[in-house]
Structure formats: structure tokens, C-alpha cells
Write a protein of this length. Structure first.
Length: 84
């Protein structure tokens, strides 16, 4: 059986060149799932998890990183990989 990554690549390639009629059919089959994923704020469990993490961060129980800190860490990792 082919790997999930291979399947994903094949689907991506197929969708890029598929005709309008096929794209509409595929979208209609997956529309509910696509919409559900895109509207994360309607997912109560996910919203509750975000609220829990935010409260933990505010109370000091969990560490959080600023956007600047995140970018700096990414740049540092890039430098380390480049120097290998």
C-alpha cells in the first residue's frame, strides 16, 4: 500500500489539473468536512482547549513564546542546519 504522503501528492497533482466538473464533485463530497475544519471556532472541544491553554499561560503555569522569539528560534535552527 502506498504511503499517505504519496497519496497526498497524487491527489494534489490530480486536483491541480482536474476539470471544473470533477473539482466541483470532489468538493461537494468533502464540503462538510472542509467547512468544519475551516471553522475551528465552532468546534467546542478545540475552543475549550485554546481557552485552557490561554488561562494556563496567563496564570504562569505554561510557557508561551512571542512571535519574535519564535522567529528568532527558527532563524537559529536554520543557521545550525546550514552549518552542518
Amino acid at each position: 500500500m502506498m504511503s499517505t504522503n504519496t497519496m497526498r501528492e497524487k491527489l494534489y497533482d490530480y486536483i491541480r489539473v482536474a476539470g471544473d466538473k470533477k473539482i466541483k464533485a470532489i468538493y461537494m463530497m468533502l464540503e462538510d468536512e472542509i467547512t468544519e475544519d475551516a471553522e475551528w471556532w465552532k468546534n467546542n472541544a478545540f475552543a475549550e482547549e485554546l481557552d485552557r491553554r490561554y488561562a494556563a499561560w496567563q496564570s504562569g503555569k505554561e510557557k508561551a513564546y512571542t512571535l519574535e522569539e519564535t522567529h528568532a528560534a527558527i532563524e537559529e535552527l536554520k543557521k545550525k542546519r546550514k552549518n552542518k
